[in-house]
Each structure stands twice: as structure tokens, then as C-alpha cells.
Design a binder for this molecule. Sequence first.
Ligand code: F6P
Length: 341
Amino acid sequence: MRIGVLTSGGDCPGLNAVIRSVVHRAVVDHGDEVIGFHDGWKGLLECDYRKLDLDAVSGILARGGTILGSSRVRPEHLRGGVETAKGHVADLGLDAIIPIGGEGTLKAARLLSDAGLPIVGVPKTIDNDIASTDVTFGFDTAVTVATEALDRLKTTAESHQRVLIVEVMGRHTGWIALHSGMAAGAHAILVPERPFDVAELARVVGERFEAGKKFAIVVVSEGAKPRPGTMDFAPGSTDVYGHERFSGVANQLSVELEERLGKEARPVILGHVQRGGTPTAYDRVLATRFGWHAVEAVHNGRFGMMTALRGTDITLMPLAEAVQHLKTVPAERYTEAECVL
Ligand code: F6P
């Protein structure tokens, strides 16, 4: 068989582990040929690719980023490029394409699959918000990086008796905030699923200082917003891919809390450090398993599906289901965390 692989959307620790696993399983065990498209769907649309043999994937298991490069493609550009993509797949003699990506990539994968292309998707995102899989690789690394940062920030916050508002990634869902906040013992966690009341936040933080504590750590997802009418909040804009461009919740909250509490408050925005660098052992294993099972799915003709983790097993889920809704943080998880406002 001849298999094309690509990585699309925001990068994520573990992408290289999937690529390596696909090549190992396909080339060594099945005698397949694998090519890698450069920069995501763009590479397929422009027929820009290279051959991936064992040498090409040597030493990449623990490397962050993606050796193939990644990019975002506007949905309308991809819709207009379906026939071009089909032509390139036919010209290259491809029997399957394995796109590795998040929500946007899987939506595109479904579009091309519905148009008749043989596709098996692999989900990735540090946000962990894809509904059909219990976990996506990249999430564990992001939580580990954020937790380490929070542990470090505690000591400097305490030295200066400050409130630190730490903004973590999480466009629509608060998984990274919830897990890193719980792991580091944050004093308040704000997530997009639950608009916050700034007066309540000020009360919680204020009571902590009144009780003699010297600092407070607030973890906030970049997509968290105040309850309407509870705080002046600058709205974000939308980028060319239809994604919300955030207006800086940590910056705005630090100004508001300083005013309300008379305590120094500083924003800390972790940003892309959560996505860069080497994946954790957990993410390497999950990514490797996804790659292995994606190749098996190709050989079993299970097109229009994506790999998914269910419990401890890897299974296949229809792409159609994967993109129907996001996996948000359920309300009972807030109770366990105690400090989700
Ligand atoms: O979806 C993954 C993610 O890391 C989000 O958490 C974040 O909002 C977004 O990507 C940022 O993407 P970029 O800056 O690469 O456009």
C-alpha cells in the first residue's frame, strides 16, 4: 500500500511519535510505502511531500513539534480544493491518507472522506476537547508544563505577597486549567464552560489574605469569560480561520483584582510553552498506539474513522461523530476541584 500522512492545525507534543509509529508499522510490518505531506492540508493541495522511510523518522520519538510542518487552512479553501486533492491522491497512487490533527483538521478529514477519499484520522490537541476519545496526546504534556510553572510561581507570589493570575490554553474547554490547577493546588480555577463572577473571585482571594495567607494563585483558561454584567470585559475578535482571538483575560483580571483588593496582582500568560518541547512518556505511548492502530485501520479498510482511546483500549470512531460536539468539563468535576468558581 501507499499511505500519505500529514499534520495539520496547531502543533502538539506527540505528533512526531505518531508519524514514527505509522512509518514503523506500515514499512516494517506491512511493506508499505509512506509519504509525508508538508505543512498539513496545504501539502496535499499543493502536492508538496517527501518520502518517509525508517531513516526519516529515526530519533524523532521524543522530539516536540512535527517534522512535517503544520499550517491551518481556511475551510472554504479546502472545500474549493476537494477535486484538486482527489487528483493528487490519484496521481500519487495513494491508498490512504492519515491526517493527524484537532477539531478543524478532523472536520476537514470528514469533508474529504465524504467526498470519497480513503481517510483514517488521528486526533490530537493539547486542549483535550475531542469528544470521541477519552484523552488526546499532548494534553498530559501541557498539564505537566503548566503544573511545573504553577509550582514555581507559588514561591515568587509568596515572596511578594501577590495574586498571580496564570492564563493557560483552552479555547473552549477548561481541561488544562482544571488539571493543572488541581495538581498545583490553585486557589481558584476559571474555565470557559462556567462564566465567572469577578466579585466572587475577589471574595475568595480576599478571604485567603484575611486568613493570614500571603499569596494566591488563580488559574484561568484563555477562553474563560465573566458572567455578563459582572465586569467590563473587552471582547475578542475572530481570525481568518474563524477562531476567536482572545482579549487577554489574565491581564484584565489582574487590573480588576488589584483595584478590588488593594493587593498587587500580576498576569502570567503561559502561551505556547505548553505546546512546545518533548512529550511526556504518557503522550509518547498514546501517540505511538494511535499511529499503530491507524495503519491497522487502513489495512482493514476502515475509512472515515479516527483512532480513539476508550478506557485503556484503542478503538475506532466515525469521523462524523468526532466533530459533532466538543468534550467540555462536566459539572461534577468542578465539585471535585473545590475551587472552580
Ligand atoms: O487548540 C490548541 C491550541 O493550543 C489552543 O489551546 C490555543 O488557543 C490555540 O491552539 C492557539 O493556536 P495558535 O496560536 O497556534 O493559532
